[in-house]
Design a protein around this ligand. Sequence first.
Ligand SMILES: NC(=O)c1ccc[n+]([C@@H]2O[C@H](COP(=O)([O-])OP(=O)(O)OC[C@H]3O[C@@H](n4cnc5c(N)ncnc54)[C@H](OP(=O)(O)O)[C@@H]3O)[C@@H](O)[C@H]2O)c1
Length: 391
Amino acid sequence: MEALVTTTNQLKPTHLFSKRTLQQPSSSLSLLSTLREGRRRRRTCTPVWRIPSPSLPLRIYANSQAAPASMETSSSSSIPSEMKAWVYGEYGGVDVLKLDSKVSVPEVKEDQVLIKVVAAALNPVDAKRMQGKFKATDSPLPTVPGYDVAGVVIKVGSQVKGLKEGDEVYGNINEKALEGPKQSGSFAEYTAVEEKLLALKPKNLDFTQAAGLPLAIETAYEGLEKSGFSAGKSILVLGGAGGVGSLAIQLAKHVFGASRVAATSSTGKLELLKSLGVDLAIDYTKENFEDLPEKFDAVFDAVGQCDRAVKAVKEGGSVVVLTGATTPPGFRFVVTSNGSILKKLNPFLESGKVKPVVDPKGPFPFIQAVEAFSYVESCRATGKVVIYPIP
Ligand SMILES: NC(=O)c1ccc[n+]([C@@H]2O[C@H](COP(=O)([O-])OP(=O)(O)OC[C@H]3O[C@@H](n4cnc5c(N)ncnc54)[C@H](OP(=O)(O)O)[C@@H]3O)[C@@H](O)[C@H]2O)c1
């Protein structure tokens, strides 16, 4: 614990993103001890089997008042040089996350816009990245975490064509989730994002609802597309109550035209699955999905159970996998952020056919980001874990 404090104090907050402080003492003893500490504390998302989970009061936000539906524009002349942000300067568990009020506001490149962040959302990749699981391809420390953002454009780069100051936007700020994701993420007052990764926020959704969508809905859409899913086919979604699963169910049914959707969850979340359009809700604490006589044209595995998923697919069907080991014909992919997918799906969101699911434990105020990270690491989140308000 002492080592942690020492290392973190070595960071010069006002220069967090200057060239000088990007060279952090990555081989120092204190960092090593922190990494070990992080490993001891880390919780892994091992699939839970026959352990009942508590029943949660579930909310699907379609017209929630949790966050304002629109914001006043601030002019670029009022953009400060420093901002509040959550930062980690070394890999580890949630203990490495520090709130810093003197982080440099990111520079805007010519193809980027600067967003005043109104709400941000967490994904499991944020926790895994912080634990150092992707350090071989990560950007250098220190890191402001956060892939998902919803907010207001307050400055545009010289090459930006389709967005202007005052636009309310949402998106996943990292084009490649694991290859050099941005150092300056969305857990901050401001973040700089390429125009091509953004879309206008659906008019009927507030910032909280919109922030929870980008990475998860892009993953759900890309996975369904890569599996060759099309109208009239059946699908089984493993992990139907999670951020990605809850959207994979809805996209399969309402966008791709699935003939039948089955999904797994624990007992307390079966009603949520049905409300999302699931025809067959399977309680994984009571039934083995692979033992059912029914087989599916596709299986969407958002849990890491590919070895079992391949037993539930029809001959010639496809098994798309988000995490864990793969068994043929299962295949894994890593999501690519793409604003045009969000634009394509906006009509389905605006018509209410596809609804964001925001975890009822949230939204978590900015100051409670550590609690939000811990909750995501528990693998029990229902829909999306959102951070709002952001100061
Ligand atoms: N490859 C990619 O590009 C990509 C993109 C996004 C996410 N991912 C990965 O995909 C996984 C899911 O992401 P996510 O954002 O959906 O996570 P999430 O929201 O944290 O998932 C939590 C949900 O998982 C459910 N769950 C846990 N164990 C389960 C089991 N054995 N059977 C059925 N449901 C189970 C939980 O429901 P219960 O409480 O009912 O168990 C909970 O509602 C993560 O490992 C993430 O890292 C990969």
